[in-house]
Write a protein of this length. Sequence first.
Length: 266
Amino acid sequence: MAKVLAEYREPVKETPVKFLLVPVSAVKRPPFQRDLSDLLVKRLFLSMEKLGYLHPIIVYREEPSSEEFFVIDGQHRLEAAKLLGVKELPALEIPKELALNIMEFNTEKPPNIREKAAQAYRLYREFLQQKPDLEELDLAFYVEEPSYITAGFVLEEIDKKFPAGAFETLLKKIDEFLSLPLPEAAEERRRRARALYEVGQVLNETYQKLGMTNALMKTELVRKAVQKAYGKRVRKIEDDYYTALEKVKKALRELAEEGVGEEDLL
């Protein structure tokens, strides 16, 4: 059973917070958490062996009376503590409604686009199941960028090897939250994901045709294709999502025909 050590209101929003000592066995990972990094768990394990456990995890409960907690910040610390045989951990308990802002709480390691996309997708599925009457636009409070949702649909439903990082900057210029109920929005996300995946296929073909071996060059190829389609100093793309992808796809094919080398991209 969890032990309440202190209760207070945090100083900015005056959200009620409880400082607890919780049994490790009572703490679970919610389904929309990002995947664990074995390397980070190992590093934290070694750090805790040397310094002890100093940073509370952040948890919430589905019901106030429940003895089961879900970790939203500190899942790697939790796993490292388990390896050390720790039975109880210090934790800050916040209200459930605040817990869905999960991306704002990940402090152990800044997530890359693949991790953000996977987490955005899982959070999306959770809202789709629990609150299907919401409009996707309402998720802007919980997900930093709509592009993470689209990339998540590609990675989770089409191809886990999709080079999402290469398209991050482009997607931020052309994707947006949808003013559609979540069931309809999910279908549009799948259409957007399929269109993005097809551009990714052309990117891979161009990369191979040019004989490139450094995966970082995929990002540079997309950057060059965007410049070819919209100019070198493009800050904003006025075309709609699908038109922009078609222009970038065409530009990638042209780069392949031109025989662009790595030195031309740097």
